[in-house]
Design a protein around this ligand. Structure first.
Ligand SMILES: NC(=O)c1ccc[n+]([C@@H]2O[C@H](COP(=O)([O-])OP(=O)(O)OC[C@H]3O[C@@H](n4cnc5c(N)ncnc54)[C@H](OP(=O)(O)O)[C@@H]3O)[C@@H](O)[C@H]2O)c1
Length: 291
């Protein structure tokens, strides 16, 4: 499907999983601090069902969201899964309390995480399994070696990495076939620009996390506020539309606990910014006037 600005609405992950580029991040359907059940589990399940109804077919989660809560809710709300729904999960972080995320990417732990995700998601094979974060205490070779073994056993279809530097991405690609990268990236945080460019060159999907963060750019009268006003849109929608326009490999996964915000976010698929607006926002982020 091709959108008005010539950018395709879909991306094919790993050469065989075609998804709409705007996905859903299922981290926010848990309790405060991404710990325990959500305040309103019915609303959380409704968000998941509505996402699928609206044509979202890429859902990102992790065993550590809750922990276990997000994956359980996905299965409760959506199993048996509709054809073409790609559930991407991750392993490699432990949870020791609200807001705490110590890394643990030892091979035995990753295998345990994957088995748990398969069980909770009621899947025989996970379409996209991501190393949540490299663990300084464990060689990358060992962590990714475990994922490769899971792939060879048929428990994982594709491997992704998350929170990686350019050097870590390059090393990962020497070890396994990396089909996606998930790093923090949004209008106000573009530290992963070099990683994004490497993904573009290699046609690797890039899942920017924290995609709706806008910070000071959304202040009344600020650049985002002005563009949002011109399109009768919200700053969050402009932030998502900017990401979609930024690269054909960009797969934003905005997260929310409400149907209202979900609908608003998904509608950003229809918001097409002009080249001048895309460039202007890029320049505003770099702290100078648009050229
Ligand atoms: N790999 C990693 O290390 C990592 C780290 C963090 C996140 N992630 C993934 O990335 C996904 C997205 O990241 P994120 O959840 O941190 O950031 P986000 O999607 O940019 O923002 C989510 C926050 O913004 C609010 N929000 C969402 N849509 C909104 C709207 N239209 N208007 C106003 N507020 C809105 C949500 O609150 P409401 O619930 O009130 O809508 C929530 O607090 C996560 O769900 C997770 O799948 C990955």
């Amino acid at each position: 499907m091709r959108s008005l600005d010539g950018m395709t609405d879909t991306f094919t992950i790993g050469g065989d999983l075609e998804v709409r580029r705007l996905g859903f991040g299922a981290m926010r359907i848990t309790g405060k601090g991404i710990w325990g059940p959500p305040d309103d589990p019915d609303e959380a399940r409704a968000v998941l069902r509505r996402a699928v109804e609206l044509g979202v077919n890429l859902i990102d989660t992790a065993d550590s969201y809750g922990p276990e809560v997000s994956e359980n809710l996905i299965a409760e709300a959506l199993y048996p899964y509709p054809d073409g729904l790609v559930i991407a999960t991750k392993g490699g972080l432990r949870r020791t309390g609200p807001g705490q995320w110590p890394r643990d990417a030892r091979p035995e732990r990753l295998k345990e995480c994957c088995e748990g995700s398969l069980r909770r998601l009621r899947l025989e094979r996970i379409d996209l399994y991501q190393l949540h974060s490299p663990d300084r205490a464990v060689p990358l070779e060992d962590s990714l070696g475990a994922l490769k073994e899971l792939q060879d056993e048929g428990k994982i279809r594709h491997i992704g990495v998350s929170n990686v530097s350019l050097d870590q991405l390059e090393r990962s690609r020497e070890l396994v076939d990396v089909v996606t990268v998930q790093n923090r990236y949004n209008l106000t945080d573009r530290h992963s620009e070099d990683v994004l460019e490497a993904c573009e060159d290699a046609e690797i999907g890039f899942l920017p996390w924290s995609p709706v963060a806008t910070g000071d750019l959304a202040r009344p009268g600020g650049p985002l506020d002005e563009i949002a006003g011109a399109h009768d849109a919200t700053p969050s929608q402009v932030a998502l539309a900017w990401l979609l326009a930024r690269s054909p490999v960009m797969l934003p996964i905005p997260g929310t606990s409400t149907v209202e915000h979900l609908e608003e976010n998904v509608a950003a698929r229809e918001l097409h910014l002009t080249d001048a607006e895309v460039d202007g926002l890029g320049a505003a982020i770099r702290g100078r006037s648009p050229a």
